[in-house]
Design a protein around this ligand. Structure first.
Ligand code: F6P
Length: 319
């Protein structure tokens, strides 16, 4: 039976990680478990930075961005020697199960520890929404709201100057932030892996807008695809639209989590603990078709990010 449960946050932080931490710790205490936090993700685990916590630890964190137990990227987790060391440290501390909150990299670390005999549960937390085993990750909704807030502001100044704004958003290899923001903002264009750039089509549209004296054009671009400044120059040369670039960067990762992310975090956290209480493990929590469920971690790490059905067509239809 699981008696001691530890929790860590890992990879890029995401708004709502604290709410997930709160949910895990409170659900664990509710079920009579001893709860532990590990600071700085897997790095803290390797250093034995493991501390028992009580309910007070989780007071006033539900609305806080970032992660109060901090996060880290630890490439050494790919090495078996490091994985074995982590498993040994958890055994030394008599930790019976580990809950990891994060994205793809976090899941790979958990899957490796699972192979070393550690009971693990993963909770999807990343602004990218790129975790294949679930339709929703903690942090995506907040980051999307942040992007929309920025784009609303950019529309004001873009309109005053009759400009085209090229706005680069995060997402690693996943276009969800760009596509959902384009839909929510009624953007004139979106460029991402799932919706690649068709230069002729975009330039034609912008030329037409310019000819109609439209006040501004908004184009969302996913990171890691283009040199956004070069692309802006190309657009300016081809369309005559005065074009400016904005890279929203890590601003997208900060801020108080949306109500949606807080509730998602509460659901996933409680489900992760319940899974362990019921004797399960080696899984990740997921939201699929409106249901909260779990998926075996070996399968989860192999799943490709789910393309959102009909999103691309809807964007095209409404542009
Ligand atoms: O995974 C979250 C994310 O913000 C990605 O969108 C981005 O590519 C990456 O992290 C940036 O990571 P870092 O802050 O470590 O440079």
């Amino acid at each position: 039976m699981v008696k001691r449960i530890a929790v860590l946050t890992s990879g890029g932080d995401a708004p709502g990680m604290n709410a997930a931490l709160r949910s895990v710790i409170r659900a664990g205490l509710y079920h009579g478990k001893e709860m532990y936090v590990i600071y700085d993700g897997y790095r803290g685990l390797l250093e034995g930075d493991i501390h028992q916590v009580n309910k007070d630890f989780t007071s006033d964190i539900i609305n806080r961005g970032g992660t109060i137990i901090r996060s880290a990227r630890v490439p050494e987790m790919k090495e078996e020697a490091t994985q074995k060391k982590c498993a040994q440290i958890l055994a030394d501390y008599e930790i019976d199960a580990l809950i990891g909150i994060g994205g793809d990299g976090t899941y790979r670390g958990l899957a490796a520890l699972h192979k070393q005999g550690v009971k693990v549960v993963g909770i999807p937390g990343t602004i990218d929404n790129d975790v294949g085993s679930t339709e929703e990750t903690i942090g995506f909704s907040t980051a999307l709201n942040t992007i929309c807030d920025c784009v609303d502001k950019l529309k004001d100044t873009s309109g005053s100057h009759q400009r085209c704004s090229l706005i680069e958003v995060m997402g690693r290899d996943c276009g969800d932030l760009a596509m959902y923001a384009a839909l929510a903002e009624g953007a004139e264009g979106v460029i991402c892996v799932e919706h690649p750039l068709h230069e002729d089509k975009l330039f034609r549209k912008l030329r037409k807008m310019k000819a109609m004296n439209k006040s501004h054009a908004i184009i969302l671009v996913s990171e890691n695809l283009y040199d956004i400044k070069e692309l802006a120059k190309k657009i300016e040369d081809a369309t005559g639209f005065d074009t400016r670039t904005e890279v929203l960067g890590r601003l997208q990762r900060g801020g108080s989590p949306s109500a949606h992310d807080r509730i998602l975090a509460a659901r996933y956290g409680a489900l992760a603990v319940q899974t362990l209480v019921d004797g399960g493990g080696g899984v990740v929590t997921a939201s699929i078709g409106g249901e909260y469920t779990t998926v075996p971690i070996e399968e989860a790490v192999e799943m490709k990010h789910r393309h959102k059905h009909g999103l691309r067509d809807l964007i095209d239809m409404l542009q």
